[in-house]
Design a protein around this ligand. Structure first.
Ligand SMILES: [Zn+2]
Length: 382
């Protein structure tokens, strides 16, 4: 194997390794492949209860990913609880802090650059980005300062923002628009590395052409960096530290720079409920399946063996009810009637006497709860 072939092989292997990413298990990802989005479930390839691998397209300029995550703490007019019950389509929850704090006795609320939200020094939740942690900190501090009577309105308005489909569309359009030059430069860089350089080496010899090839790669790489900086600044002028960190990641290798569009989208959809992304970006059976699983899981969540104090449980139940109402309203708007989602299924076979309202498994034997979800079964009409 010649030097040029060895180099190309190393680049291809590195590139393929870059196509996999370790993501928290509760993240809901959509990877753009050309004109459509494909849902990714962390852990479908390899994973555990907390996180799993997801893949990205091997053609990075075409593959920006959109990531949403569920809220990582429950909130009510009384306080916050570092636990959320819903985890649709999964059989066990990721670990959560379960920190319970009442607004009346709260002293300090802080955020850290690692994405932690801390209450009186203890971690309430680890959020996926510094910006999200800062936003959650401001929200909680705001609630703690206001009179109890005004808290419900403030929480409902925050839930409303998470379910605002029009805001989601506007953000998507703004990123598509600002990211166009970045994607164009990333396409050029990809073509130079994987098409032009190998062809030139093969026809003219690597030894004769390595300098112009390296110069071409360097120029395109630099162009991606400059255009990324400009696009990021137009989308979020205040996020200087985040921009600098993202730029440093992109400039590590040309292979990272090819994923500039992905980087531009990173963290921008975290504040939205995953259901909004699923309704906006997926279609057909995939979309319907996710909506149904979400609504059922909100009403009949997995059993919780470590149930907290009565006060903590009531915060979770209060929050989940409001979140479920917003989810059901959005589903109805999108043409999925929530009442139909909760209708009893037709028996799979004679003798099926009950079913699980969460996962829809049916049982012929006399069971009290579903063995997968721990949810109390419902009687199935014969
Ligand atoms: Zn079940």
């Amino acid at each position: 194997m010649s030097d040029a072939q060895t180099l190309l092989l190393v680049v291809v292997v590195f590139h393929l390794v870059h196509c996999f990413e370790w993501v928290r298990a509760d993240a809901v990802l959509f990877v753009r492949l050309g004109g459509r989005f494909v849902r990714q479930r962390p852990g479908d390839l390899v994973g555990n209860r907390e996180a799993g691998f997801t893949w990205r397209s091997p053609l990075p300029p075409l593959s920006g990913a959109i990531v949403t995550v569920p809220w990582r703490f429950s909130v009510s007019p009384d306080g916050v609880y570092g636990f959320v019950a819903p985890c649709p389509e999964r059989r066990e929850r990721s670990s959560q802090t379960r920190l319970h704090a009442e607004f009346e006795t709260m002293n300090t609320v802080e955020w850290t650059a690692d994405g932690d939200v801390r209450i009186d020094g203890a971690v309430l939740a680890r959020l996926p980005s510094e910006a999200e942690a800062r936003r959650a900190r401001d929200f909680i501090a705001d609630l703690a300062e206001m009179p109890r009577a005004r808290r419900e309105g403030r929480i409902l308005s925050e839930i409303g923002r998470a379910f605002d489909g029009e805001r989601f569309d506007e953000r998507l359009a703004a990123i598509d628009r600002s990211g166009r030059p970045v994607r164009a430069a990333a396409h050029v860089l990809f073509a130079i590395v994987f098409v032009i350089c190998p062809l030139v080496s093969w026809r003219l010899g690597f030894g004769r052409c390595w300098l112009p090839m390296f110069a071409a790669v360097g120029t395109a790489w630099l162009a991606v960096g400059v255009l990324f900086h400009r696009a990021h600044r137009s989308l979020d002028p205040a996020a200087k530290r985040e921009r600098r960190a993202a730029l440093m990641t992109l400039m590590v290798t040309p292979l990272s720079a090819m994923r500039a569009d992905e980087r531009l989208r990173q963290g921008r959809f975290l504040a939205f409920a995953p259901l909004v992304a699923a309704l906006r970006l997926s279609g057909g059976a995939e979309r319907r399946g996710y909506v149904e699983a979400t609504l059922r899981d909100l009403r009949f969540p997995l059993a919780d063996p470590e149930a907290g104090s009565d006060e903590a449980r009531s915060i979770e139940a209060w929050f989940r009810l409001r979140w479920a109402r917003a989810a059901e309203a959005l589903a109805r708007e999108a043409g999925v009637e929530p009442d139909a989602v909760f209708e009893a299924p037709t028996p799979d076979e004679a003798g099926c006497a009950s079913y699980c309202p969460r996962c829809r498994d049916q049982f012929t034997t006399d069971v009290a709860a579903c063995d997968r979800c721990g949810v109390e079964v419902h009687v199935l009409a014969p």
